[in-house]
Design a protein around this ligand. Structure first.
Ligand code: ATP
Ligand code: MG
Ligand code: MG
Length: 405
């Protein structure tokens, strides 16, 4: 289309009558990990023609429900080839080659906008973007040398959080610096000063909240209930829905999530993570421009899942209700070593206990770590080739069990 603005593109496509034909539009997803699998399962149910691009062999997790094209979502040539047969391209991971997406966006629909992925895949850029749009975040500063780190320590005091700008997820990419002596190990664990680091003031939060917001291509917006998340070692452990916070704070969280997503372009689901401060104020921690693990509870607990909504949003189908359909729900994320017969037996013991609990549902993701390793190897970015990540790779498969009740 001549008008390359978001609105112009949508208008042109609407005029061409290309929307609302289930099964006819071909949707491709960059990434076929655990989130891609859940997206593929819903797509299969919904009659959406979906395929995924993922390097994992012999098969990525999503391959149980969608055709997999083997290739890296960080390889421009693989993205170009994958995009050639599609109408709509979306992502289940933000660590993709944004330049290739910008290129293919001239001849197919890419959601969310590549520019949004470019901002979010770099946590420092993300923080700068939100600051420029008056969204409160913890004070932060880019770090490129020991002198920068010392200056950050003097400014923020201890503890402070050191973070990798890129390739960060599930706490890999974060290192708390509790004392001056911890600094050099923290820097090394994140790949060194050259890897792209920044420092963040420690947030003495009361609670962490998250809101999944969905926006369709024609700009309709809905939000799932505000949830409370609990992390262990920077990894999501429990999600409680709805969040047990006063109504005024719920309203503030909804408002902050809506304002945050409104300064990012494109359609799909966005996970907005925030800190609730002791003075009841709120700060944004980070945004995921895709379905997010704090939204898994929506599969059983809401009228529609975050995955169904993501597909509806990128196809520009009407959005469904996001209401909670149970009184309350928790998601418990269990990570296991899963190695050998013993590890598997332990996982299956947990699963059988979960099935004895009325109302509990199990989501089993034995391939999660395998996909993570494949990504680490082909990604090649410093944080993932750090000693911590190498240890993770060596540990082999780490079955993940999610229990939603
Ligand atoms: P995700 O898996 O959600 O993508 P991530 O690896 O990108 O996570 P963050 O969201 O930056 O990591 O941080 C993970 C967790 O670490 C947060 O949810 C919070 O519990 C803690 N955390 C992060 N930044 C800070 C901070 N500045 N002060 C205190 N705790 C923090
Ligand atoms: Mg993150
Ligand atoms: Mg996070």
């Amino acid at each position: 289309p001549a008008d390359r603005s978001t609105a112009g593109r949508y208008r042109t496509q609407h005029e061409q009558g290309r929307f609302g034909q289930p099964g006819i539009q071909k949707v491709g997803v960059l990434g076929g990990g655990q989130l891609g699998k859940m997206l593929a399962l819903d797509a299969a149910r919904m009659g959406v023609n979906l395929s995924v691009l993922d390097p994992a062999q012999p098969a990525c997790p999503a391959a149980v429900a969608a055709p997999q094209v083997v290739g890296s979502f960080q390889d421009p040539a693989a993205i170009r080839r994958f995009a050639a047969g599609l109408d709509i391209l979306t992502v289940e991971i933000e660590h993709i080659d944004a330049e290739a997406l910008e290129e293919v966006a001239s001849h197919l629909t890419v959601e969310p906008e590549p520019a949004t992925l470019r901002i979010i895949q770099d946590k420092l850029k993300q923080k700068e973007h939100f600051t420029a749009h008056d969204i409160a975040v913890a004070p932060f500063v880019g770090i490129a040398s020991e002198a920068d780190a010392q200056a950050a320590a003097a400014r923020f005091g201890y503890p402070f959080m050191l973070k990798a700008c890129r390739m960060a997820y599930d706490g890999r990419g974060n290192a708390a610096v509790n004392r001056p002596e911890d600094l050099s190990e923290a820097v090394t664990s994140l790949g060194g000063y050259g890897a792209g680091l920044y420092a963040e003031q420690w947030v003495p939060f009361d609670k962490e909240l998250a809101v999944m917001v969905v926006r369709s291509r024609s700009g309709r917006v809905r939000a799932f209930p505000v949830v409370q998340t609990l992390h262990r070692d920077s990894i999501l452990w429990v999600t409680e829905a709805p969040a047990n916070v006063p109504p005024t704070q719920l309203a503030q969280a909804e408002d902050l999530a809506a304002r945050t997503v409104s300064c990012l372009q494109g359609a799909g689901v966005f996970g907005v993570e925030m800190f609730a401060l002791p003075d009841k104020g709120l700060m944004v921690n980070e945004v995921a421009p895709r379905p997010h693990n704090s939204g898994h509870y929506t599969i059983e607990a809401c009228a529609s899942s975050q995955f169904e909504q993501h597909l509806r949003a990128v196809l520009d189908w009407p959005l469904a209700s996001t209401d909670l359909v149970v009184g309350a729900s928790i998601m418990l994320n269990i990570l296991g070593s899963g190695e050998g017969e013993e590890g598997l037996a332990a996982a299956h013991d947990l699963i059988s206990r979960a099935y004895q609990t009325p109302g509990a549902s199990v989501h089993w993701a034995p391939e999660a770590a395998a996909a993570g390793i494949a990504r680490a190897e082909q990604g090649g970015a410093a944080p993932l080739s750090s000693p911590a990540a190498a240890g993770f790779s060596r540990s082999g498969a780490q079955p993940q069990v999610g229990i939603i009740m």
